[in-house]
Design a protein around this ligand. Structure first.
Ligand SMILES: Cc1cc2nc3c(=O)[nH]c(=O)nc-3n(C[C@H](O)[C@H](O)[C@H](O)COP(=O)(O)OP(=O)(O)OC[C@H]3O[C@@H](n4cnc5c(N)ncnc54)[C@H](O)[C@@H]3O)c2cc1C
Length: 528
């Protein structure tokens, strides 16, 4: 094929684009402002130990199997990976007893039994029905929406699903809120809360998200995978794969501007130190809003619509800790629920961190291959990543220490109510929305792009093409959605668009040589 491509950012989307395009014969350079690849899938050092900095729940492994296969390689030759038997352990504090704990398993029969033991035979039956429904939603949307093009309204989606399958479209319940749908399914409020939490996987509130997002429950039920070294190790494996395909990485180097030719199309980038790298196409793996607010120069600014702060997805308070724990038998993934989910999301929507938060705890040393075998049996410290949802106001609010101390106390109080005690003076670091804004500029700390609130939100996400010919977007804030596999799918989609557009440009320029049209003007026909 041929052609020069610059990828801005080595997050999951950027890495997937780079590997794919290099495998197709393009000359690819990835420019990353940090010293390590992975973006949100970074590592943080605490008390001398590496702690997962971002994603810990790895699903849809097949997306990555596909990327490696397309490069003639195998994922398991690069990583040690295995299926988790326990998907997650959930705990409530209404009574504080051990009976208020529920595990979901890789094995659906075990999960159903567990739901039955937890909430009764009727709940087990409803859970089975819920699984069927979420599976159907996933099957309907998987190819046309998640692995396909971005679509800007329901009609083209219906077209792709098949116009005669109107029932399938209705089955996705786009106009019903997730919370309402879950209330219809499960009389037990704890199960509503458990399955409603899946909305937060793309940074949304279950009270505002469409019921369609219930399909995330099926994504997790299909399999959660454990990777030695965490999801950062997956990013490193993708880097290795990309390098084997010939991709060059410029680490610790920020892009300051997308260069354009006479204001018409992207022709490369200018780095912060002034160096220019010319290219036939540029893929931006930074948040698209960074383009819209001018972080990549005035020429590119109008290539993408800005995202109003009110439309942002959730941010998070994330503690990276090395701590002794007691009182609760932690699994690898654990969720400790608040007593009032509606209040929690109302507080976040009003710009405050929740006073009684739901808390996710990843007990990194438990359950994986590289787990420290003796974890806590003798009361030693273990590595923890702890997440609480928070408003994406990191560009306007600095989170002073008095406030973060209160947030830490609130987080610990939820754990304590559910039976888990953390060491009082645990060595830790805390990432606030302000820190996320610093790492991912122009987001306010929103970790998943636009919130999926309302029936139209999925159609409003930035697509792979921008309004500037030759400039593309990829990543968790771009179509199809946020999350590690979705960001990678977005990267693959951007790569396909680049490939198709450059092939078209080449054909047009061959015609133009005879007819007198320039190669650039042939490309200006490309729109988002
Ligand atoms: C705490 C946390 C927990 C999460 N948990 C999960 C989970 O369990 N499972 C899951 O699937 N997903 C999870 N996610 C979401 C998931 O991590 C993201 O959706 C996904 O990793 C985003 O990938 P991306 O392609 O958008 O790139 P990003 O990770 O956003 O990376 C973008 C890259 O661009 C670089 N960049 C930006 N500007 C410039 C510039 N000017 N020049 C050069 N480089 C630049 C950045 O430094 C960064 O490396 C979590 C996220 C967080 C933060």
């Amino acid at each position: 094929m041929g052609g020069k491509i610059v990828v801005i950012g080595a997050g999951m989307g950027g890495l997937a684009s780079a590997a794919q395009l290099a495998a197709r014969g393009y000359d690819v350079t990835v420019v990353e402002k940090e010293e390590t690849v992975g973006g949100k899938a970074r590592r943080v050092m605490v008390d001398g130990r590496p702690v997962d900095g971002g994603p810990t729940v790895f699903t849809m492994r097949d997306v990555f199997d596909g990327i490696f296969q397309q490069c003639g390689a195998k994922l398991e030759d690069y990583l040690s990976i295995r299926r988790a038997e326990v998907i997650a352990r959930h705990a409530w504090s209404t009574s504080g007893s051990e009976e208020e704990r529920l595990d979901l398993f890789a094995d659906p029969v075990r999960s159903e039994e567990a739901v039955g033991d937890f909430a009764g035979a009727q709940a087990a039956r409803l859970y089975r029905e819920f699984r069927h429904e979420t599976r159907r939603m996933y099957d309907i949307l998987n190819e046309p929406m998640m692995r396909g093009d971005n679509v800007s309204s329901p009609l083209p989606l219906l077209w792709r699903i098949g116009l005669w399958r109107v029932g399938d479209f209705a089955a996705m319940r786009p106009h019903q809120s997730m919370w309402k749908a879950l209330k219809g399914f499960f009389p037990d409020p704890r199960l509503q809360q458990l399955f409603g939490r899946y909305a937060t996987y793309c940074g949304s509130s279950p009270f505002a998200a469409p019921a369609t997002l219930m399909l995330i429950a099926h994504v997790e039920a299909m399999g959660v995978w454990m990777i030695d070294g965490g999801i950062h190790a997956l990013a490193e494996a993708l880097r290795k794969l990309a390098e084997e395909q010939g991709v060059r990485f410029r680490m610790g180097t920020a892009v300051a501007e997308v260069l354009s030719e006479r204001g018409r199309g992207a022709r490369g980038v200018r780095l912060a130190d002034g160096e220019q790298i010319l290219a036939d196409a540029v893929i931006c793996n930074a948040d698209p809003n960074a383009i819209a607010v001018g972080k990549f120069g005035g020429m590119a600014q109008r290539a993408v619509k800005p995202l109003a702060p009110g439309k942002r997805s959730l941010s998070a308070l994330v503690w990276y800790a090395h701590a002794e724990t007691s009182g609760f038998d932690l699994s690898h993934h654990n969720v400790f629920f608040s007593r009032d989910y509606a209040r929690e999301f109302a507080q976040i929507a009003s710009g405050e961190p929740p006073s009684e938060p739901t808390v996710y705890v990843c007990a990194i040393d438990r359950g994986g291959h590289d787990a420290i075998a003796s974890v806590p049996a003798h009361g030693g410290r273990e590595r923890l990543q702890i997440i609480v949802n928070a408003p994406a106001n990191g560009d306007t609010h600095s989170y002073p220490s008095k406030e973060t101390e209160q947030c830490t106390a609130n987080m610990k109080a939820t754990l304590q109510r559910c039976g888990l005690t953390l060491e009082a003076d645990m060595p830790h670091q805390l990432a606030t929305p302000a820190e996320w804004e610093r790492l991912f500029p122009a987001t306010g700390g929103a970790l998943y792009g636009r919130a999926s609130h309302g029936s139209a939100a999925s159609f409003l996400r930035q697509g792979p093409r921008t309004r500037m010919p030759g400039l593309y977007c990829a990543g968790g804030a771009t179509h199809p959605s946020a999350g590690v596999p979705m960001a990678a799918l977005s990267g693959l989609l951007a790569a396909r668009k680049v490939d198709a557009d450059l092939a078209l440009t080449k054909r047009s320029s061959r015609v133009a040589t005879a007819g007198g049209t320039s190669m650039r003007s042939a490309r200006t026909g490309v729109t988002g």
